[in-house]
Design a protein around this ligand. Structure first.
Ligand SMILES: C[S@@+](CC[C@H](N)C(=O)[O-])C[C@H]1O[C@@H](n2cnc3c(N)ncnc32)[C@H](O)[C@@H]1O
Length: 284
């Protein structure tokens, strides 16, 4: 007898639970909806519908991939970020919900900005969202990975964001004293932590997005130095830090930085560090 949506779902959930897949039911629902080319809600409205042989084959393949550790988002090719769907491929980090705080921080702390740079843009999640949320921002997105930039470019085009892209090391190709805001979610995981990462992350997400070039904490120092070169006086730097990095990173802001803020993510960890660049102090 052919499987119905309901029975196919139940089988997949059981396999996921046995296979130790996190969020077994949600993953199975998302993959089944993807296999039949519908939104998840369709599954609840049509549980008795029969799965076509072709959709059944796709679903079994997706379930196998997920059991092998491939993140659901690389199977479906998409992830929602700040209310929009971004295409993701194994060339880019899957944008995380906590990174949405970066978008909120720039909008809140530098609403009147004109020139904004997103350094290490990956899928383009932060920069494209900022461009769409605040059309008066003029966005430049950089990444060291040409493959990631191709994905970001496609996302910008699909979502209708007019932004420019540069392939360079952090902000190396950006004009000096030009930007009103610089935002970044840099690769900050120390390479020593590699084995402690979930296999979905360690074996599937791009290592250049996780560990950078093995710089660990050094990436923050380089980012702050770059920001000091490319920000105009009064410009904002906002970046994401690892959940235990606040004490190490906040002293990296030198005397030219003011109004340093550390904001927490929903789990209560300080994850967003932001500050204004005032070289020589704030004039009266
Ligand atoms: C943690 S991911 C963040 C991606 C995206 N901004 C997001 O939040 O989903 C870091 C990104 O920085 C890029 N990257 C790593 N080292 C870099 C460097 N030295 N200069 C520029 N980009 C770099 C990686 O290719 C990756 O796309």
């Amino acid at each position: 007898m052919d499987a119905t949506l309901q029975s196919a779902l139940a089988t997949a959930v059981e396999r996921f639970v046995k296979g130790g897949v996190a969020e077994a039911r949600l993953s199975a629902e998302v993959l089944l909806a993807h296999a039949i080319g519908r939104e998840r809600v369709y599954l609840f409205a049509h549980p008795e519908e029969t799965l076509t042989p072709e959709a059944g084959r796709s679903f079994r393949r997706f379930v196998g991939e997920r059991l092998n550790g491939t993140p659901t988002q690389y199977i479906t090719g998409r992830q929602e970020f700040f209310g929009r769907n971004f295409m993701v491929t194994p060339d880019v980090l899957i944008p995380r919900h906590e990174t949405e705080h970066q978008v909120e921080t720039v909008l809140r702390r530098q609403p009147g900005a004109r020139h904004v740079a997103d350094i290490g843009c990956g899928s383009g999640a932060i920069g494209v969202s900022l461009a769409l949320e605040r059309p008066s921002y003029d966005l430049t997105l950089t990444d060291i990975s040409p493959a990631a930039l191709r994905v970001a470019r496609e996302n910008a085009a699909a979502l209708g964001a007019k932004v420019r892209f540069l392939c360079c090391d952090l902000g190396a190709a950006l004009a000096p004293a030009y930007f009103d805001a610089v935002v970044s979610n840099p690769p900050y995981i120390p390479i020593e932590a590699r084995e402690r990462l979930p296999r979905e992350v360690r074996d599937h997400e791009p290592h250049v997005a996780l560990f950078g070039s093995g710089q660990g904490n050094g990436i923050y120092r380089r980012l702050i130095a770059d920001a000091e070169r490319i920000l105009r006086p009064g410009g904002l730097l906002s970046f994401e830090i690892g959940y235990q990095d606040l004490e190490t990173v906040s002293p990296m802001f030198g005397k030219d930085w003011r109004f340093i803020e550390a904001n927490q993510d929903l789990a209560g960890w300080p994850r967003v560090l932001s500050a204004f660049f005032h070289p020589g102090g704030i004039g009266l």
